[in-house]
Design a protein around this ligand. Structure first.
Ligand SMILES: C[S@@+](CC[C@H](N)C(=O)[O-])C[C@H]1O[C@@H](n2cnc3c(N)ncnc32)[C@H](O)[C@@H]1O
Length: 248
């Protein structure tokens, strides 16, 4: 059995089960133009998610793109827009349940004529569950909600189930980037990745951390524009960590 199939089979929950999305769905009222974009542009760039059928993300992009990337929790979309503008030959899917962030991204898609962006204004787990195995080349999880209180830790996006889904969605050689300003979440992620790796036979589907020295995770990568959340973290005295992994 291929490791990707095994990972899918091992998923603990049925895919049709609706999950609770933690965090805000809505903030301030949208401006008139943002509302227009939600009505006119969003349907054109939305990822059509059928909760029963698998999705080959290549079918979302016409003309076909060289690679397909995914950003989970794009917030205001700063990083996604930067990558989409810089990599017009990559199709980039963004998932974000916070409507105001989606509206901001739509405004940039319009202003910068980004034809290589698709949007799921919902929980990324719905997409990960439906994605064709080994269909993505890159995944970004940048400053996921930290849920610092012990009793809320289990809401964190990184857990054994999502790691299996991320490994299943990435091609061998595909890259996962995780950034956080919360040391406890960085340690949490590394510990869960180690455990995930220990459970992969022959290492297939595991994540190889690329850092060789502290500067590798303390220094922002070359293809890094900064994000709004990161700006706030640095202003408040927290130090970001950037973890890059290759999916074996
Ligand atoms: C702390 S913010 C960081 C936003 C952005 N990445 C940045 O660096 O500015 C975390 C974002 O993840 C989104 N989020 C939380 N759970 C999510 C999920 N299950 N799927 C997709 N996005 C999610 C939240 O709505 C929020 O916008």
């Amino acid at each position: 059995m291929k490791s990707a199939d095994r990972d899918m089979k091992d998923l603990p929950r049925p895919s049709s089960e609706r999950r609770h999305v933690y965090g805000r769905r809505r903030g301030k009222r949208l401006r008139e133009h943002q509302n227009d974009l939600m009505e006119t542009l969003l349907p054109r760039v939305s990822v059509p998610l059928d909760h029963e059928a698998p999705l080959d993300p290549a079918t979302l992009f016409e003309p076909a793109t060289k690679e397909i990337w995914l950003e989970i929790g794009f917030g205001g979309g700063e990083h996604l827009v930067f990558q989409a503008g810089r990599n017009r030959d990559a199709g980039i899917i963004g998932c974000e349940p916070f409507i105001n962030g989606v509206a901001k991204l739509l405004a940039e898609i319009e202003a910068q004529e980004l034809s290589n962006v698709r949007v799921l204004s919902d929980d990324a787990r719905f997409l990960l569950e439906r994605l064709k195995p080994e269909s993505l080349s890159r995944i970004f999880i940048l400053y996921p909600d930290p849920w610092p209180k012990k009793r809320h830790n289990k809401r964190r996006f990184i857990n054994p189930e999502t790691l299996s889904l991320l490994a299943r969605a990435l091609k061998p050689g595909g890259r996962l980037r995780f950034a956080s300003d919360i040391p406890d979440y960085v340690g949490w992620t590394l510990a869960r990745i180690l455990r995930h790796n220990r459970e992969r036979e022959n290492g297939q589907g595991s994540f190889e951390w690329q850092a060789e020295r502290p500067a590798d995770w303390r220094t922002a990568p070359e293809d890094w524009p900064g994000t709004r959340y990161e700006e706030k973290a640095i202003r408040e005295g927290r130090t970001p960590a950037y973890l890059d992994f290759i999916r074996l």
